[in-house]
Design a protein around this ligand. Structure first.
Ligand code: 3HC
Length: 307
């Protein structure tokens, strides 16, 4: 059987495509693009919350936040390793990120202004990540699907710790409750933008669905996230900042207001509140870490020569 048919049969049978299998160049390129940008998102995503590790209000909260930020680093490493199975070079991917030639999730270009943001990021941002990443456990590319299984287990801890932090604040003082509401007001719409542009403007969704890289479209997952978040917000006692948010019994989903796609594309194209700061921080960390990479390479070479 020819290789293309074998590939198509593997995908159609919901089996996994593995690194050694033949695959169309476009399939490989789309996977490198998505996995690399997913990895970049995890690494850049350490910055907003990292900002609060030294300011956490208790040792317990500090330990939880430290564990979460370390998890994100691990997620980035799994995903760079998955990209390498496609022939991508990790150093090159990092250089593309720093040069602005590859993207990372828009959500990480917003500032974390109060401690309530740590809880809201856990609840909404990691909650959105779970909606987006659970289906990726069934993505057609084996190494990506397997990386997602471990990532999703850790994401559910991330989401629960955030929600528990907010429940604690909401049973606190009037001022703490106001901090949570103000944070939700800032993070709700950017969280909806995490799922990408509307399907009608998504240049990659159709092909990614055919190749079963994506298992649901951007709008389907966004809707799933809205439907999941509304009862959680009610339980928490916060108001989601959308006057058009209402249950539509006919659709069996919540209707919600129009997202500001001008803001979305501005942030994606580099003009968000923190884009320059995030990329500059990543560039500096990469440069400051060059000596570690050189030492590790020299040590590996010495070990090889001694063997
Ligand atoms: N931020 C930045 N760029 C975005 C974006 C966002 N929120 N949404 C879409 N884009 C970009 C796409 O990358 C694409 O540009 P490209 O062709 O240059 O890559 C363009 O906008 C058009 O979007 P499409 O819908 O056509 O692109 P995709 O089919 O790739 O869908 C996606 C976008 C839904 C983000 C998809 O890539 C995906 O599911 N990626 C894997 C999950 C992921 O990366 N999540 C990011 C957050 S990681 C995270 O949440 C960490 C957690 O610990 C908090």
């Amino acid at each position: 059987m020819d290789l293309e048919r074998e590939f198509e049969q593997t995908v159609a049978a919901d089996h996994r495509v593995e690194p050694r299998d033949w695959m169309p160049d476009g399939y490989r390129a789309t996977l490198v693009r998505q996995i690399a940008q997913h990895a970049h998102s995890e690494i850049i995503g350490m910055q907003p919350e990292g900002n609060w590790i030294s300011r956490a209000p208790s040792l317990r909260r500090k330990a939880i936040l430290l564990a979460k930020v370390q998890d994100e680093a691990g997620h980035g490493l799994y995903l760079y390793a998955a990209a390498e199975t496609l022939g991508a070079d990790r150093e090159e991917l990092t250089e593309k990120l720093i040069a602005g030639r590859q993207k990372y999730s828009s959500i990480f270009n917003y500032p974390t202004l109060t401690y309530a943001d740590v809880g809201v990021i856990g609840w909404l941002v990691d909650g959105a990540a779970i909606c987006n990443q659970v289906p990726l456990c069934r993505t057609s590319y084996g190494p990506y699907a397997r990386a997602m299984i471990r990532v999703c287990k850790e994401e559910s801890f991330h989401q629960r710790q955030g929600y528990e932090l907010l429940m604690t604040m909401m049973s606190g003082t009037e001022q703490q409750r106001a901090l949570v509401q103000e944070s939700v007001d800032r993070w709700w719409w950017p969280s909806l933008m995490m799922f990408g542009p509307p399907d009608a403007e998504s240049s990659n969704t159709e092909q990614s669905m055919l190749w079963r890289i994506k298992r649901h479209t951007n709008d389907e997952l966004r809707q799933r996230f809205v439907d999941m978040s509304v009862p959680q917000a009610a339980k928490l006692g916060v108001t989601l900042p959308d006057p058009h948010l209402v249950w539509n019994a006919e659709r069996g989903h919540h209707d919600f207001g129009e997202i500001d796609w001008t803001e979305f594309w501005q942030v994606v194209k580099g003009a968000g509140p923190c884009n320059a700061q995030r990329v500059e921080h990543r560039r500096k960390a990469h440069e400051d870490g060059a000596w570690v990479r050189e030492a590790a390479t020299a040590y590996a070479r010495k070990k090889e020569q001694a063997a």
